[in-house]
Design a protein around this ligand. Structure first.
Ligand SMILES: [Zn+2]
Ligand SMILES: [Zn+2]
Ligand SMILES: [Zn+2]
Length: 327
């Protein structure tokens, strides 16, 4: 099965609109999971959305922290190793995931990962301390949910860097990759989110996605690195896509995982990816297509070197309210 998703367009309004739907799809899954634990163990319905919201805040603060040289230097160093050694913008994609073990010591690894785990744990402790949850059931549900979403997000981040990943068959994956590609460009102090960019919208750190990875030969690809070094002019002057096929992957997406070969976790993640895809589709049917304005930006035109285009988001809720006005 190849990637045959047709024409999707690369105007900023379309790109934004697809990401909004991805975020809402995730919220739907979170709500469904909350409903499930409500029915099964009697957890309060607000628990899952609350954990999710608090988790977003912690993740954003943590990722921001990992980008501040002055704050916790060992964490910064580990994080920058991923950014500038393992996956610099010109080698954003690789055939297999390259880990950053060499860039870590036990201590710096603790400084990098510790605050994230600690922050999530703190969320649960807060809910427990203020008495919002007081049953062991809810505590277990909370810990398990954070473990699952954390594991999924970490895996998603790896997938974003792997060329030919099976996830490439979903259009929304290319949207997320385009946003994470921008995170790896310039000062990298923007697009801290992986799937949910709500906190970037609140913080004003949302930047224009860059679709160069999906539709252009060589850019950001491991193999093509040498070809493009010394051709900066060509990189900057690349023409916008006129074909509207910017989501068609340059390579064939890999085969879907199977239980025997890839294991339960990979298969479960594929199910989540598929559920998001279904939700994105349903939301598209319900809410309609994006309205392209006159002043639209083409997202296949890469950012100029050292000049990241930030996105003005007219207030967090207004951003989503606009989505429903389209319906
Ligand atoms: Zn980062
Ligand atoms: Zn990291
Ligand atoms: Zn990355």
């Amino acid at each position: 099965m190849g990637f045959t998703k047709g024409k999707f367009g690369s105007s900023l309004s379309r790109a934004k609109w697809r990401v909004k739907r991805v975020m809402m799809s995730m919220w739907l899954l979170v709500a469904l999971r909350g409903l499930a634990s409500h029915v099964v163990v009697g957890s309060p319905l607000w628990l899952m959305p609350m954990l999710y919201l608090m988790g977003l805040v912690v993740f954003h603060a943590w990722h921001w922290m990992a980008h501040q040289r002055w704050l916790l230097y060992p964490a910064y160093k580990v994080h920058m190793y991923h950014h500038w050694r393992v996956y610099p913008p010109r080698r954003f994609l690789s055939k297999v995931y390259k880990n950053d073990k060499e860039g870590r010591t036990a201590w710096s690894s603790f400084c990098h990962d510790g605050p994230l785990y600690g922050g999530m744990l703190l969320n649960i402790i807060i809910l427990w301390t203020v008495g919002a949850i007081n049953r062991w059931h809810d505590l277990s549900v909370a810990v398990l949910s954070y473990a699952c979403v954390g594991s999924w997000s970490n895996w998603l981040h790896h997938a974003l860097h792997i060329e030919g990943h099976w996830f490439e068959r979903y259009v929304y994956f290319h949207d997320l990759r385009a946003l994470h590609y921008t995170h790896h460009q310039g000062t990298a102090k923007h697009n801290y989110g992986f799937l949910d960019f709500g906190m970037d919208m609140v913080d004003g750190s949302l930047a224009k996605p860059d679709y160069a990875l999906s539709n252009n030969e060589g850019i950001g690809r491991n193999d093509a690195q040498e070809i493009h070094i010394g051709q900066k002019e060509q990189l900057l002057l690349r023409r916008p896509s006129t074909s509207n096929d910017e989501h068609i992957s340059a390579v064939k997406p890999g085969p879907l995982p199977n239980l025997a070969k890839d294991g339960l976790k990979e298969c479960a993640f594929a199910v989540v990816a598929f559920l998001i895809e279904i939700n994105v589709g349903i939301l598209g049917l319900l809410l309609g297509v994006a309205q392209e304005g006159d002043s639209d930006v083409d997202c296949t035109v890469p950012h100029k070197k050292g000049d990241i285009t930030m996105l003005e988001v007219e207030g967090f809720w207004a951003f989503f309210a606009a989505a429903f006005e389209m319906a």
